[in-house]
Design a protein around this ligand. Sequence first.
Ligand SMILES: *[C@@H]1O[C@H](CO)[C@@H](O)[C@H](O)[C@H]1NC(C)=O
Ligand SMILES: *[C@@H]1O[C@H](CO)[C@@H](O)[C@H](O)[C@H]1NC(C)=O
Ligand SMILES: *[C@@H]1O[C@H](CO)[C@@H](O)[C@H](O)[C@H]1NC(C)=O
Ligand SMILES: *[C@@H]1O[C@H](CO)[C@@H](O)[C@H](O)[C@H]1NC(C)=O
Ligand SMILES: *[C@@H]1O[C@H](CO)[C@@H](O)[C@H](O)[C@H]1NC(C)=O
Ligand SMILES: *[C@@H]1O[C@H](CO)[C@@H](O)[C@H](O)[C@H]1NC(C)=O
Ligand SMILES: *[C@@H]1O[C@H](CO)[C@@H](O)[C@H](O)[C@H]1NC(C)=O
Length: 275
Amino acid sequence: MWTLLRTSTLRLPISVIIMVSASVNGSSTDKRQRKLELPVEVNTSLSVPVDTKAVFDCPPIPLTSVVVTTWQIILRDKLSCTRAYRRDRNETKEGNCTDKRITWASRPDENLALQIDPVATTHDGFYMCQMVTPDANFHHGYHLQVLVPPEVTLLQSKNGTAVCRAAAGKPAAQISWTPEGDCVTEREHWANGTVTIQSTCRWEDHPLSNVSCSVSHVTGNKSLSLELSLGLIIRGFPASSLLVIFYVKFALFLVIVVIVAFIYFQRINGCRKAL
Ligand SMILES: *[C@@H]1O[C@H](CO)[C@@H](O)[C@H](O)[C@H]1NC(C)=O
Ligand SMILES: *[C@@H]1O[C@H](CO)[C@@H](O)[C@H](O)[C@H]1NC(C)=O
Ligand SMILES: *[C@@H]1O[C@H](CO)[C@@H](O)[C@H](O)[C@H]1NC(C)=O
Ligand SMILES: *[C@@H]1O[C@H](CO)[C@@H](O)[C@H](O)[C@H]1NC(C)=O
Ligand SMILES: *[C@@H]1O[C@H](CO)[C@@H](O)[C@H](O)[C@H]1NC(C)=O
Ligand SMILES: *[C@@H]1O[C@H](CO)[C@@H](O)[C@H](O)[C@H]1NC(C)=O
Ligand SMILES: *[C@@H]1O[C@H](CO)[C@@H](O)[C@H](O)[C@H]1NC(C)=O
């Protein structure tokens, strides 16, 4: 269901015209020449969600005119592996490719596309298809960025703060609050390139009942809201303990009133008896 999210293409103005012979109606004498105009070098940026399949195509050149096709895979700034196909010998060479998830998308004599299935965070890098034809060499490079959607949670802590967390997203997510509070944001970078962002807020000035946390990320935005109980905002005291204090004070007040009244009536009665 996921598609490649962002695509931007750089094209060089240089292009090469290659002549392709194609026989029409099976007659070898009736030959027509087609003209193909293609840029020599193209780079594309791709963002692909983790755990999906990515397919990279070679330049759209008729396979009959390609002598050798080579895929170069450069991960973390160093050449990791190459794969090549020689048409005249119908032969593939897997130069040092150990990652079983990176393969030809189908039979190289029919389709020279490369695929990664499934994509992992370690696959960030540059993938280039080079095609050698008798006329020129053609390149299509892909800068791959693997995306990981963050796991979003919103919690209320006992001291009256709310904590919104976007865990292990790639690239880092952004958190915003409605209404804006007094917030502290922390970020943690993981070895696999993901980042956890956590925002802890309090709203001191005015009591609120409903706050919402919005997390924006290239894989999709998410918004969660939370009802803060009113008592939580009052100097960090839970509402229940304030009520308990109130009832205890009220009960003490009633007891004192009853005692005072009792003593008062006793005295009045005592005075009447004395009279
Ligand atoms: C394509 O990307 C590669 C690797 O980053 C770079 O060496 C090359 O110059 C780029 N080519 C174009 C046409 O942008
Ligand atoms: C194979 O790849 C490793 C690192 O991925 C590299 O150190 C080694 O030189 C490569 N070998 C060949 C023959 O390319
Ligand atoms: C290339 O070789 C494969 C087997 O390795 C074979 O199935 C295929 O038919 C061959 N293709 C051509 C065009 O000869
Ligand atoms: C509130 O509690 C959280 C943990 O529950 C803690 O990280 C934070 O520092 C506390 N804030 C204050 C102002 O006490
Ligand atoms: C990345 O690393 C973090 C921390 O170890 C882990 O929680 C997360 O699941 C990892 N994500 C992926 C996509 O490997
Ligand atoms: C809280 O606010 C959010 C948006 O700000 C809204 O969608 C939600 O219905 C509200 N909840 C309550 C209980 O008012
Ligand atoms: C996600 O939110 C950002 C800003 O918060 C906005 O620019 C972007 O268009 C939103 N994306 C989607 C898919 O709604």
